[in-house]
Design a binder for this molecule. Structure first.
Ligand SMILES: [Zn+2]
Length: 330
């Protein structure tokens, strides 16, 4: 069962949405934006459940016991529609998907007095699908609410953006992420806090870090900063990195990015409390003197480049070779 209390953080957003619900002032098109894994979809679902609740006159908060609330929790609500991109290699929301929804919402609601459509990863609407959706947003039929969700607002058609009330979800605090981790899995508080700091405020990222044994991968990233590779070492290091799966190499590089940001931050304020890698601060203090700000910034650019290239189909070994050689020379 989902409830407003299940949603961690985002206190102001929750309060604002509840007020709009109570006053019957919720716009018919909303856009939730923010990084993945912070509760946008959960909030959208909770909003949908509240809108559809049969006791909505009593404060609009979803009573959790009416037929509508029960069917919503059983993922079986006839007036709720959920849409996400299809296709494994190339994600896309196609015009056929939008047309199907349009045909459904043209009919009267079955159980509630409203209908709700959630479109997840709305940045993958292609232009024709987007334009078709736009027509519906411009000429709404009946009590239909659209909630679009995206991690990349810039990829959404400006004409669609202009039709939506935009709500930005900030990354969660590391304490909130740690709390969720401890609730979801058996993990000690200290480790939960370390992982939570590394997650950048995303529960999804934190869970991936746990699956991938984040601390071992971070150690690999740290060794790039600690070691001065000899020619022989470089090739064995490249071989070792190449043996990892692509998503793990990606994680190692994300760690390297965070380590470099921490080192830059510590140049300004070594006691800053927004350092990601608080638990290995002593190691970082030892490394810090090896690099000046310019070389840290240059290395950060290299890491940002390789993170982009890892998303392409280019050969892993070639990407890594270029990266390590550039890394050594800068
Ligand atoms: Zn209800």
């Amino acid at each position: 069962m989902i409830s407003w209390q299940n949603i961690y953080g985002h206190e102001q957003i929750k309060a604002d949405l509840q007020l709009l619900l109570q006053e019957n002032k919720l716009p018919h098109a909303l856009l939730f934006s923010g990084i993945d894994g912070i509760g946008k979809l959960l909030t959208a679902k909770m909003l949908a459940k509240s809108l559809l609740c049969c006791n909505s006159q009593q404060g609009n908060m979803a009573c959790c016991y009416c037929n509508s609330c029960k069917m919503f929790d059983e993922q079986n609500h006839p007036d709720f529609y959920y849409l996400e991109p299809e296709g494994k290699t190339r994600k896309l929301i196609k015009i056929e998907q939008i047309r199907q929804i349009q045909a459904k919402i043209a009919l009267s609601p079955y159980l509630s007095d409203k209908q709700v459509v959630i479109i997840n990863d709305a940045q993958y609407l292609n232009d024709t699908a987007g334009n078709s959706l736009l027509k519906t947003l411009e000429e709404p039929i009946g009590e239909v609410f659209f909630i679009l969700i995206t991690s990349n607002k810039d990829m959404i058609l400006p004409t669609i953006l202009s039709r939506c009330m935009k709500i930005y979800f900030a990354p969660l605090s590391y304490l909130d992420v740690a709390k969720v981790l401890q609730q979801k899995i058996q993990i000690e508080e200290d480790k939960a806090k370390i992982i939570a700091r590394l997650s950048g405020g995303s529960i999804l990222k934190a869970m991936q870090f746990i699956d991938d044994d984040a601390l071992a991968l971070r150690q690999k990233a740290l060794s790039c900063l600690q070691d001065n590779f000899s020619i022989k070492d470089i090739w064995s290091f490249i071989d070792e990195l190449s043996s990892f799966e692509r998503n793990k190499i990606n994680d190692i590089m994300s760690h390297l990015q965070m380590l470099l940001r921490d080192l830059l931050l510590m140049k300004v304020n070594k006691d800053s409390d927004i350092i990601y890698n608080q638990d290995i601060k002593d190691d970082l203090l030892n490394i810090q003197n090896k690099y000046d700000e310019v070389s840290l910034l240059t290395k950060l650019t290299l890491v940002e480049e390789i993170l982009k290239r890892l998303n392409s189909n280019a050969d892993i070994k070639l990407i890594l070779q270029k990266f390590i050689l550039d890394w050594q020379n800068k």
